[in-house]
Design a protein around this ligand. Structure first.
Ligand code: CAO
Length: 416
């Protein structure tokens, strides 16, 4: 099966998570992704949080599947020469070094554009160019704080909280992938490459746009009726943390099911969205609530919403989270069990769809990873193992026209 990005050559000058998540996605869809790594150590995640001595850590293997690895010291003249050759025949260069690192290496946007005017140069940085913090190096949690996620996540009586989802890292990588694909389509029309830049702060903020919505509503009316603070609590002049009513702002909560006393994940998320109210009353055996003025509208329910949640929890007390969802789904009620990573890893539907995949690896044996969350009717992205450090160095150098003797001579800049 041919893949849409076959024939697109990408220099993957990325590390840690934000950049690698982007290039991994493009590799799944057929791009030839060559990861350029520092000889000796490679991407720092190869060694981070290792669970098997001497084998690449899962942090690396789960973000670098379907790629080739080329080890090259790009600060040495011979390494720069190899990189220049690669640049001349590639379509895209992706990087997420600290601010200024690529320029210091001698590969500014102007130089790259001179070497290959058709090449797309895609970068992730913590803050956008010209931002008053654009000199900062940034990791996930820093981005969540800078992008508005931390101040709006958590409970009102607790501190700002970091989400487990990689809003700063993988999310930024996904934004960058969209930017690269757009620039590739643009190049088909103009014949020219361009620079694509995404900042982690901007990508987090983009996912927090409903909170900017809420800030403007709060500025205007002084309260937010779907937050737990309404109507009994106090609002200041900034969007508060809404606990489990966060996100888009649908009225709902995480509610206890059978076994919650010993299982910290025996919960479901139960939404009491307007259109679902009638079926909810029927499912709970409370048909009298349907037309009761104290319950009929979302506005009427809000002042005693926690009392309503208490009634629902009493109904849930003899049902596991799975049994509860099986009943509620028949009533068309938006809800889900709170699933653990262990449950997700073993979920037969996720295995069947290719969202959770088992990948054989030369050194680790097989490991689980998250496959493509994007499904196509004409293509099934296959996930292959991440490369060992420098596994494809000789192959890539040979493809650039280097002879066996040249490759031997380049030993110093490519040594693993
Ligand atoms: N050969 C020779 N040198 C290499 C090389 C290679 N193949 N690959 C990288 N280097 C050099 C770089 O040129 C740079 O050198 P100088 O600083 O001397 O110019 C050096 O390695 C370090 O690069 P760095 O600044 O990117 O690395 P760091 O560990 O200090 O910082 C990080 C890491 C992630 C904080 C920083 O890269 C960053 O802020 N990136 C942008 C934001 C981002 O993507 N963050 C998300 C990371 S995922 O949580």
């Amino acid at each position: 099966m041919t893949k849409p990005l076959e024939g697109i050559k990408i220099i993957d000058f990325t590390h840690v998570q934000a950049g690698p998540a982007c290039t991994q996605l493009l590799a799944w869809f057929g791009a030839d992704v060559i990861k350029v790594e520092r000889p000796g150590s490679g991407d720092v995640t190869r060694n981070q949080l290792r669970d098997i001595p001497d084998a690449d850590a899962l942090y690396f293997t789960m973000l670098n599947s379907n790629k080739k690895s080329l080890t090259l010291d790009t600060k040495k003249p011979e390494g720069k020469e190899v990189l220049e050759k690669l640049i001349r025949e590639s379509d895209v260069l992706v990087e997420n070094f600290g601010p200024g690192a690529l320029d210091r290496m001698g590969f500014s946007w102007e130089r790259l554009n001179e070497l290959n005017p058709k090449m797309i140069v895609a970068s992730v940085k913590g803050f956008s160019d010209g931002h008053h913090y654009d000199d900062l190096k940034v990791y996930e949690n820093v981005a969540q704080c800078a992008g508005g996620a931390a101040s709006t996540t958590g409970f009102w009586d607790g501190p700002p909280t970091i989400s487990a989802a990689a809003l700063g890292d993988s999310n930024t990588g996904m934004h960058l992938a969209i930017g690269i694909l757009t620039a590739l389509i643009g190049r088909d029309k103009t014949g020219k490459g361009q620079k694509v830049a995404v900042s982690m702060q901007d990508s987090v903020l983009n996912l927090c746009r409903v909170k900017l919505r809420d800030q403007q509503r709060l500025d205007r009316v002084g309260y937010l009726e779907e937050y737990p603070q309404y109507p009994h609590g106090e609002f200041s002049d900034v969007v508060p943390r809404g606990g489990n009513a966060g996100g888009g702002g649908q009225p709902g909560w995480v509610l206890k099911c059978k076994g919650w006393e010993t299982d910290p994940n025996a919960y479901i998320y139960f939404t009491i969205q307007g259109h679902a109210w009638e079926p909810i009353c029927k499912a709970l055996g409370r048909p009298e609530w349907i037309d009761d003025p104290a319950y009929k509208t979302a506005e009427a329910r809000q002042p005693h919403i926690f009392e309503i949640f208490g009634v629902i929890e009493a109904w849930l007390a003899d049902k596991t989270k799975f049994e509860a969802v099986d009943i509620l789904r028949k009533f068309d009620i938006p809800c889900a069990p709170v699933l653990t990573m262990k449950e997700l890893a073993n979920d037969p539907s996720l295995r069947a769809s290719g969202t959770i995949v088992e990948v054989p690896h030369k050194k680790r044996g097989s490991y689980l990873t998250v496959g493509s969350p994007i499904k196509f009717s004409d293509m099934k992205p296959e996930v292959t193992a991440s490369p060992l450090l420098g596994e494809h160095t000789d192959e890539v150098l040979a493809s650039l026209g280097y002879s066996r003797q040249d490759i031997f001579n380049l030993h110093e800049i490519k040594a693993v």
